[in-house]
Ligand binder design. Structure first.
Ligand code: ZN
Length: 149
């Protein structure tokens, strides 16, 4: 699953959150609605949830089974192995974004994008101080920018 596939599937926060609910446990549509409302404090429209679940199912990321809920049988949606894999990637990306916001001391290598907690390598390039994780990243960054100019 490539980065652009993830972007295509999760284009907004609601969809992202629906995935976190499914990641916790298989759920039926109504319970996704409920959990969403309880935690986000906002209603999510069934007209967003059901087409999204269908889309995920078509991509092989979600599977449904019929399970008795009360007197009725309902569709319970759960992530497939691929779906769980996608979520893991997504959460990793999201947590990297969040940690940049909550850890002001942290910076990100301008070349490879990895997190730098301390140290790192600074170099002034085009009159701008840039931070890299290592000298090699600084080198490849310089080569990249030279190509563009
Ligand atoms: Zn780097």
């Amino acid at each position: 699953m490539s980065t652009s596939d993830i972007d295509e599937i999760v284009s907004d926060f609601s969809r992202f959150y629906i995935l976190t609910i499914l990641y916790e446990a298989p759920s039926h549509g109504y319970s996704i609605l409920n959990k969403f409302k309880k935690r986000v404090g906002k209603e999510v429209s069934p007209s967003l949830i059901y087409p999204f679940l269908k889309q995920l199912e078509q991509k092989g990321l979600v599977k449904h089974s019929l399970k008795p809920v009360g007197a009725k049988k309902k569709k319970v949606f759960g992530l497939t192995k691929e779906g769980k894999e996608l979520c893991k990637q997504l959460f990793k990306r999201f947590s990297a974004l969040v940690s940049v916001a909550i850890e002001p001391s942290m910076s990100i290598c301008a070349s490879c994008g990895c997190k730098i907690y301390e140290g790192g390598y600074n170099e002034v390039i085009n009159n701008k101080e840039m931070t890299f994780c290592c000298v090699h990243c600084a080198e490849s960054y310089k080569q990249e920018t030279q190509k563009k100019h």
